[in-house]
Design a protein around this ligand. Structure first.
Ligand code: XMP
Length: 508
């Protein structure tokens, strides 16, 4: 059994980062909600536990807490921010409000040669983001690092408990990785977790689990479903059937590209469904963005159900769900900004007996590494994310085939020029939008009343926040020239210079 570090989530904004840091150091880590049942936690036999930060106050009557039994498991526990305050509060220390919120970089003075700070300079920098702090550590604890405004910036009982008020997981704490690595050494874990091993192990496990049964999967051509499909294909070959739905909302040439690639490179069992007409018929006259998304999601499920009926009974449904999907869908208080739809969303009326999600433990860049380690070509592994509802959310107002044709041409030109300029790996997403806006122009002495095309290109790490990309003017100039000359019915090109927030990446 591989060594595991369990991260118990109290709702802080950096919690996924903690898991990332631990995995990048070669140790497998997982997140569970803070109130996960103790028997589940114990059944995973973690070598160490991290209690994360969170927005609440430990002294409130109904504040989130862990079971006292968790604190007596006898394994190392690191509390970060709220987690540090919680350890302190539960073990008899005091937590109080500071006079003002402390946010940003602070000098950190390391006081002793405790193993948590092994190889960390006596004076370093840390990232603080808190209003409350530990005033008096619990009995038998001592302070091992301080900042000018937070004397108990790090505490320990010298046995199993460690607490830091600052955030070692963010890059603004330059020695944060060393501190996390030190904690992993304290836990006595083996540093031997690698994505490549994960791929081999998973393929083996999938093969054992599937046996001689059949698997059905929706393939979108996106990275997640592609890597998942390839893993399953490597495990059971033609027992896997992939359904690829061309909904008429894909980019220029995309449907043929995806189909040909999987047929020729991997000889996969692929059923391509040309459903463009039925999607466009359902979308006729619809302009409300959420309604468009819902119609596409539902129609996709209908098509998928029909195909699965034709294929006959399949035991397994496979999905390309990745770890952030699982963490995010566990969020209890998140507001619905857009009803996201992933091709491969679970149809309710199909009687599958079991679900296979080979990537449910991986982050996006780990999925990409898994793809590369199976020999997938870079152009498939590093495709930019593309939303499930496709061009419909970039074709504002009613979706018609005429408007889609214009959008496809403009989008293809933009993508081509970004690739030619060598910017495709630096920009998270880059695409065209047809804002349903006509304006007056002049072409060859004639008045025109044509479409405006908007270009959107953003840099991002995880799509949760994004910044507009600083594309060199000569590249924008070339794109704009080509679009007005080559795309039909376009006389104006604009560039979207808004970050997320307040905008979102897609326009609908
Ligand atoms: P927004 O527009 O919310 O998008 O800033 C964040 C990221 O999600 C992608 N996106 C989707 N992906 N199904 C998907 O699989 C969807 O329904 C969907 N809507 C948006 C978007 O392209 C960006 O990467």
């Amino acid at each position: 059994m591989r060594d595991l570090i369990l991260v118990l989530d109290f709702g802080g904004q950096y919690n996924q980062l903690i898991v990332r840091r631990v995995r990048d150091l070669g140790v497998y880590a997982e997140i569970l909600p803070y109130d996960a049942p103790l028997d589940i936690i114990k059944s995973k036999s973690p070598k160490g536990i991290v209690l994360t930060g969170g927005p609440r106050v430990v002294t409130e009557p109904d504040a989130p807490a862990v079971s006292p039994d968790l604190l007596s498991m006898g394994i190392p526990i690191l509390g970060i921010c709220y987690g540090c305050q919680l350890i302190s509060h539960m073990l008899g220390g005091s937590v109080v409000a500071s006079s003002s919120r402390e946010y940003g970089k602070a000098p950190l003075f390391v006081k002793t040669d405790n193993p948590l700070f092994h190889s960390v300079p006596e004076q370093t920098t840390c990232w603080m983001s808190h209003t409350y702090y530990v005033q008096d550590p619990p009995p038998n604890f001592h302070i091992i690092a301080s900042t000018p405004t937070c004397p108990a910036a790090s505490i320990t009982d010298g046995q199993n408990f460690y607490g830091v008020q600052f955030h070692p997981e963010v890059v603004h704490t330059p020695d944060g990785n060393v501190i996390i690595k030190n904690f992993l050494h304290i836990c006595g874990v083996a540093f031997d977790w690698k994505v490549d091993d994960f791929v081999g192990d998973t393929i083996k496990k999938i093969r054992e689990r599937i046996g001689d049964k059949r698997v059905l999967m929706a393939l979108s051509g996106g990275v997640d479903s592609s890597v998942a499909a390839l893993m399953i294909h490597k495990a059971v070959g033609k027992q896997l059937t992939c359904v690829f739905v061309d909904n008429g909302l894909l980019r220029l040439g995309e449907a043929d590209e995806v189909e040909n690639f999987y047929r020729s490179a991997y000889d996969m069992n692929i059923v391509r469904v040309n459903a463009s007409d039925r999607f466009l018929a359902k979308l006729a006259g619809v302009t409300e963005p959420e309604q468009k998304r819902k119609i596409i999601g539902e129609e996709f499920i209908r098509v998928f159900e029909e195909e699965s009926d034709k294929i006959g009974e399949t035991h397994f449904l496979a999905q390309g769900t990745i770890y952030p999907d699982i963490i995010e869908s566990g969020g209890k208080h998140a507001a619905v900004i857009k009803s996201h739809h992933n091709v491969g969303g679970l149809p309710k009326n199909i009687a599958f007996k079991e679900i296979i999600e080979p990537l449910r433990e991986l982050f996006k860049d780990e999925v990409r590494r898994a793809g590369m380690s199976m020999g997938m070509p870079e152009h498939m592994v590093y495709r930019q994310p593309f939303p499930g509802p496709g061009l419909a959310v970039r074709c504002l107002g009613e979706v018609t085939s005429e408007k889609l044709d214009i959008l496809r041409r403009a989008d293809a030109i933009f993508r081509e020029e970004i690739a030619t300029a060598g910017l495709d790996r630096d920009i998270w997403q880059y695409f065209a939008i047809l804002p349903n806006l006509r304006s007056v122009g002049v072409m060859g002495d004639e008045r025109t009343y044509f479409h405006t095309v908007a270009l959107r290109a953003v840099t991002s790490l995880d799509a949760m926040t994004a910044d507009w990309a600083d594309i060199p003017f000569p590249v924008l100039k070339k794109v704009s020239n080509r679009i007005v000359n080559e795309a039909p019915q376009v006389n104006r090109v604009v560039y979207d210079i808004t970050s997320k927030p307040p905008a979102t990446i897609e326009w609908e």
